[in-house]
Design a binder for this molecule. Structure first.
Ligand code: HT7
Ligand code: ZN
Length: 878
């Protein structure tokens, strides 16, 4: 397969004035008629042929302005149709047949639990009919759907319902008109036996919008939270961004078989059921919060993605980075902003930083791709959102909002680029973002190193800041970035001190400043700085960088206790724990005795017993740094040593603070009805954190073991029950087997709960975990064709159970290779995502790295590799 390059972009030579689609739905033989009006753009050569994308369908007929075309009039290629001699304006009618039942790639039109649904982003529409399947071709759609009424009583598409009637032979019809111009990737169709929960929302200009959530009948009682989230999102987008919904109805459909989280099709969002369905007995706090955020995210796309879309797929972050930023702000406003920020950064530091330092590293706006599906990455989404956040920091809230208004005013109804977005920000605010644009074109995580020098006599503090960025594939040298560095100086009692920057005019005396770091090396000098001040840097994580600084452990403990920036308090706790853990990892590797520093235990105890701080923040501060975060900081990753060091600390803290954990556990005990408020969620997080540490003493400590069993059997919500089950599943004994069996027997009819059950076992610390995973694959609980099940069992084992996946004998790698090879022929997107952990082979010791590489080479040697998997494997071996 050949790469596509950003530099080769050329506009499509034709305009499409409208598109009428007709579907005659049959699971194995669906007939699609598409009638499109094409018009050659001005100045386009008359010789320019019409090229249409298309794949995986049988062409039944083709006619131009009503005249049937013969095989001499067009060329049918692998990737579509070419019509060499077409007039300047004409109507093309294409009739094709497709087989949705056989579609296991879940791209285009397919069946999920017997219901028809579509997934067209990024290039799925071409599997439905022949069409210019690219985001810069926007047109108006009407969709007519005919199907058996009994089997498929609900027939949905984008826009407004304009006709509905019964036909002969038990079939019926609906017709939908979408008044907004849209690209093909936003097309959607759903047909099935579904029930609907309805509500309404009155927009800021007083229009009433019908809200509908469609699910299978057995899930009718699990839609309240998604509906509430939707109404909150609609109101929030009006208040914060001034964006009002534009159609008469907004529909959400939940399906069980879906490659990603959800899809923002115009007026008809299709969701992985995981991000819609929730009841306290079946869903955890995190599920509830994720539903709020994903429902918000897809809804927010209506303006950032649908009304203004991407010119080409290299601009993906235009809509995804911006919409992630918007959903982050929404969740922050609905819950705790500090908790949300910490969670975002935690994921960024452990996963996006890893992507940025591996063979798939790419800029937020990539320059080339073989398969665009491989570029729905943490870099495009999460780092992309950080770029938007940095622009807000540099421009201020008002300047940023002026930029958003200008962006919409200029580009509503258009397909544009990330550069257009930045230009709107610049033009509205007057801030020069020329250097800032490098964030879009240069890959890799910048490293900022800060040296601090204090001159007591002059009362001056100098920060000597250097920045660099490691080489990434195809980009050996980097230019300096424009980095907003938010900082404060804290006095000995923790109060922020007024800041006086030498040689600066504005903002003197402020308690917090944003420094613009633009050069490879730069000095910032502050005056009137008293003795004993501590610098709080990169507050609220003002840029996606790695910060290194000569901060002592005492200073970290000070920041952990006193920084008035909640993010930095957490960050200090992670730096402190991370430093200690990495020292311990080193000792494990050298076979030295492990000792836990008393100051760490004391700092831990102080936080644990703090009753003033938000319990969610405490739980985050007291959680040990993730294995993936520690791994990212090691030259040569040793998963076994990381595991041993973390387990040692967990056990040692549990031994020394057992009574304190018990006190806090009991204080946070479940009371009252289940609520997803920050306070209630925080209490459960802190309680389960305590139980997690205490579990390090079990099952030897029978009292603790009984406590876990008790929480499992009497817990009144899935958060508490699954937390307890996860701890039990780390052991192989009668109690844990019984708990796993009881749980499955209770929930085997609920796929989302079964996924949790699979995930818990895939994450188990048990040494025979892989054996258990392989056994589970052979049970009815598992289905290789269902992406959620694959992610819960295979994905969790390979990405969330580092110590077992990286077993020194290579069994984990061989397992992954076999599963990827099995899945690739029918679902390349899932296979390509699954293979990612093997690409990190250069970071491991010689034995592991050779085995991982060998697994990749075996995959590469296969004759039939999808483009998706080919790209991942070949980049991994480059
Ligand atoms: N914009 C949506 C992306 C998406 C997707 C991409 C490739 C293959 C399948 C997919 N399903 C959804 C989701 C979003 O980010 O909002
Ligand atoms: Zn999105």
């Amino acid at each position: 397969p050949q790469p596509t390059y950003l530099k080769d972009y050329v506009p499509y030579p034709f305009e499409v004035e409208r598109l009428d689609l007709e579907f005659d739905l049959e699971p194995h033989h669906t007939r699609v008629l598409s009638r499109a009006r094409y018009k050659r753009k001005e100045h386009v050569d008359v010789e320019e042929p019409l090229r249409l994308n298309g794949a995986g369908q049988t062409l039944l007929s083709l006619s131009l302005d009503g005249t049937p075309l013969t095989a001499l009039d067009y060329r049918c290629q692998d990737s579509g149709l070419v019509l060499p001699n077409v007039p300047n304006a004409f109507e093309l009618t294409v009739v094709t047949e497709i087989d949705p039942e056989a579609n296991k790639a879940l791209e285009g039109l397919y069946l999920s639990s017997g219901n028809f649904c579509t997934q067209c982003e990024a290039q799925g529409f071409r599997r439905i009919t022949y069409f210019p399947d690219r985001p810069d071709v926007m047109t108006r759609y009407t969709t007519t759907i005919r199907a058996d009424k009994q089997r498929f009583p609900v027939l949905l598409s984008n826009g407004n319902l304009v006709e509905q009637c019964d036909l002969d032979d038990g079939r019926h019809l609906t017709r939908w008109e979408d008044p907004f111009f849209k690209p093909s990737y936003l097309f959607a169709l759903v047909a099935g036996d579904l029930v609907c929960q309805e509500d309404a929302f009155t927009t800021m200009s007083g229009r009433e919008v019908l809200l509908q959530i469609y699910v299978e009948a057995r899930n009718a009682d699990k839609c309240d939270h998604a509906m509430l989230s939707l109404k909150k999102a609609m109101a929030w987008d009006e208040q914060r961004f001034g964006f009002e919904y534009d159609l008469d109805r907004f529909m959400i459909v939940a399906v069980d078989d879906f490659n990603m989280g959800a899809m923002e099709n115009k007026g008809l969002n299709v969701f992985n059921s995981k991000y819609v369905l929730a009841r306290p007995e079946t869903a955890t706090d995190d599920d509830f919060l994720n539903i709020e955020s994903v429902v918000g995210h897809e809804y927010f796309h209506n303006w950032t993605g649908n009304r203004i879309t991407c010119r080409d797929w290299f601009q993906l972050s235009l809509k995804e980075g911006l919409t992630v930023f918007r959903d982050q702000e929404f969740s922050a406003d609905m819950n705790s902003a500090a908790v949300k920020r910490i969670e975002e950064v935690r994921i960024l530091q452990s996963h996006q930083f890893a992507e940025d330092s591996g063979p798939m590293a790419h800029p937020v706006r990539p320059e080339s791709y073989v398969e665009i599906n491989n570029f729905y990455t943490m870099t495009v989404y999460s780092k992309g959102a950080e770029l938007i956040r940095m622009m807000q920091t540099l421009l201020g809230r008002d300047g940023f909002m002026a930029g958003i208004r200008l962006y919409v005013q200029r580009h509503d109804g258009q397909a544009v680029t990330t550069d257009d977005f930045v230009a709107a920000m610049e033009d509205a605010s007057g801030v020069d973002l020329d250097q800032f644009r490098r964030w879009y074109s240069q890959a890799g995580t910048p490293v900022i190193h800060v040296e601090q020098h204090y001159d007591g006599e002059r009362q001056q503090l100098t920060l000597d800041v250097t920045q660099s960025c490691p080489a990434t594939p195809g980009q050996p040298d980097k230019q300096p970035f424009h980095i907003p560095l938010r900082l404060a100086l804290l006095g000995p009692d923790g109060t922020p001190q007024p800041l006086h920057l030498v040689n600066e005019s504005g903002q003197q005396g402020a308690e917090e400043l944003v420094l613009s770091v633009t050069a490879a090396r730069q000095k910032f000098c502050f005056e009137q700085v008293g003795e004993g001040c501590v610098v709080s840097l990169l507050r609220d994580f003002s840029a996606p960088v790695k910060l290194t600084m000569n901060t002592s452990r005492d200073e970290l403990a000070f920041l952990m206790a006193h920084d008035n920036d909640a993010f930095n308090r957490w960050n200090a706790s992670q730096r402190l724990a991370g430093g200690l853990l990495l020292d311990l990892v080193d000792r494990v590797r050298k076979g030295q005795k492990l000792i836990l520093e008393p100051m760490f235990v004391e700092a831990f105890r102080t936080s644990l017993l703090d009753e003033q701080t938000d319990p969610s923040l405490l739980a985050l501060a007291l959680a040990l740094p993730l294995e993936s975060f520690l791994a990212e900081q090691m030259e040569e990753i040793d998963p076994q040593a990381i595991f041993t060091a973390r387990e040692f600390v967990r056990h040692e803290v549990a031994v020394q603070l057992k009574d304190d954990f018990l006190t806090v556990y009991r204080r946070c005990a479940d009371s009252g009805p289940y609520e997803v408020t920050p306070q209630a969620v925080g209490q459960r997080r802190l309680k389960n954190l305590c139980l997690g540490y205490l579990a390090a003493l079990a099952p030897q400590d029978n009292m603790i073991w009984q406590m876990i069993l008790e929480q499992f059997s009497t817990g009144r919500n899935m958060t508490d029950v699954s937390a307890a089950l996860g701890l039990l599943a780390d052991h192989d004994n009668r109690d844990s087997r019984h708990a796993l069996d009881t749980f499955y027997a209770t929930w085997k009819e609920d796929p989302l709960v079964v996924e949790k059950w699979l995930g818990i076992q895939a994450r188990s610390r048990r040494e025979d975990c892989l054996e258990q995973v392989e056994r589970l694959m052979g049970t009815p609980a598992f289905n290789l064709h269902n992406p959620n099940k694959v992610r819960s069992l295979i994905g969790v084992f390979c990405q969330g159970n580092s110590v077992r996946f990286h077993a020194a004998d290579g069994s984990g790698y061989d397992f992954l290779r076999r599963q990827v090879a099995l899945i690739d022929p029918f679902n390349p997107q899932i296979a390509a995502r699954l293979v990612a952990p093997l690409l990190r082979w250069p970071r491991y010791d010689d034995t592991r790295s050779a085995l991982m590489k060998q697994a990749l080479e075996q995959l590469q040697a296969k004759t039939t590799l999808s483009a998706d998997l080919y790209e991942m494997v070949s980049k991994g071996l480059d």
